[in-house]
Design a protein around this ligand. Structure first.
Ligand code: PMP
Length: 378
């Protein structure tokens, strides 16, 4: 059987990893500033993480949500504390798309409405409603097309006000990334997020903060929406949550009440996933990783802004977009081939940095030197 060929891949077989270093089968070392797409939060194979998952596997790896899983309560308790949302409720699932799917569905259960507002440049996942709220027609199958989702221009307060004035009482939820990732590292403005809060409150709609990529401490705040000084009704999360172990979740405000059977999943919140997520939060606290991410991130952004060939540097903390002129299209590839540095990208010409939150200043300098070298070739 062949693999279903949907991923354009780098033909580099990575077989070992530690922190922000990865090695191929030949023993070549690479610097990982991509973090497997913002997934590696506390660094590859962190010893506490490996031990906690290994110990858990030796106890019990899985049982269904039909029994009490004390680790889920522990996770909810720690997550509530670290995120500053102690009165929220946690529902666990397995991926970012699933988190958003549940968030949108929950909002609709809550207010009995159908219309969702999403924004240009948004990416919310590939399941049915999440993909309908994603601004990329190519990945929306005919069966996912729906009139329930309305796209408005990102960061346009006037357009948002006009939409709410016209049909605000039909809106079930507004879903927005604090910083658009796939959309090219574009931050939602404070005024925009505050307007979403004000308008959803006024019209009985819910504010869904997609924190799948920009959340979990990556920007220095637990949820990047926190910078606007407002709380959302539902936060979706995934990527950094399990440091590679598949787990996602939604944090749900206390006004939304559950009933048995309202949401559900077979694998969500299993013992191993909870152990992985607890290990991540423990390391984040022990190593003060949000503060570290903010420090190294600010340093990188400041240094990158000194490069005169770069058109724009966007982002916060360790979610950084480097916009290059179109003729610099080979830089990302050359960083990998010539400097052995993994980075991410956003079309058409943005290099995306999404490293582990404990990437070091020395590793940041290695990247800055490499980029200097690459840009000098033009
Ligand atoms: N939301 C955002 C903001 C994302 O960046 C992604 C993944 N790129 C998703 C949702 C979907 O997550 P997953 O791939 O885990 O389904």
């Amino acid at each position: 059987m062949n693999l279903f060929d949907v991923y354009p891949i780098n033909p580099i077989p990575i077989v070992r990893a530690k922190g922000s270093a990865v090695w191929d089968t030949q023993g070549n070392e690479y610097l990982d500033l991509y973090g497997g797409h913002a997934v590696i939060s506390i660094g590859h194979t962190h010893p506490h993480y490996v031990k906690r998952i290994t110990d858990q596997l030796n106890q019990i790896g899985f049982y269904s949500n039909s029994i009490e899983i004390p680790l889920q309560r522990q996770l909810a308790e720690v997550l509530g504390r670290v995120s500053g949302k102690t009165d929220y409720q946690l529902f666990l699932c397995n991926s970012g798309a699933e988190a958003n799917e549940n968030a949108l569905k929950l909002a609709s259960f809550f207010n009995g409405r159908k219309r969702v507002i999403a924004f240009t440049g948004a990416f919310h996942g590939r399941t049915s409603l999440a993909v309908s709220a994603t601004d990329n027609l190519k990945i929306v199958a005919p069966v996912n097309q729906t009139d329930h989702v309305t796209f408005l221009p990102f960061n346009d307060v006037e357009a948002l006000e006009a939409a709410f004035a016209a049909y605000g009482d039909e809106v079930s939820s507004v879903i927005v990334e604090g910083i658009q990732g796939v959309g090219g590292i574009r931050e939602a403005s404070v005024e925009f997020l505050q307007s979403i809060r004000r308008l959803t409150d006024r019209h009985g709609a819910l504010f869904i903060a997609d924190s799948v990529q920009c959340g979990y401490g990556r920007t220095g705040a637990f949820y990047s929406h926190d910078y606007a000084g407002v709380s959302a009704d539902i936060y979706s999360m995934a990527k950094g949550m399990g440091n590679g172990f598949p787990i996602g979740g939604i944090a749900i405000s206390p006004q939304i009440k559950p009933w048995f059977g309202m949401l559900g999943t077979t694998f969500g919140g299993n013992h191993l996933a909870c152990a992985a997520a607890l290990a991540v939060l423990e390391v984040m606290q022990q190593e003060d990783l949000m503060r570290h991410a903010s420090g190294v991130g600010s340093y990188l952004i400041e240094e990158l802004r000194k490069f005169d060939r770069i058109m724009e540097v966007r982002g916060r903390g360790l979610m950084i977009g480097i916009e290059l002129p179109s003729e610099f299209g080979t830089v990302k590839r050359d960083l990998l081939v010539k400097n052995r540095i993994f980075t991410g990208e956003a079309k058409p010409n943005v290099i995306r940095l999404l490293p582990a939150l404990n990437v070091t200043r020395l590793q940041a300098d290695r990247f800055l030197d490499a980029l200097k070298e690459r840009l000098a070739e033009f």
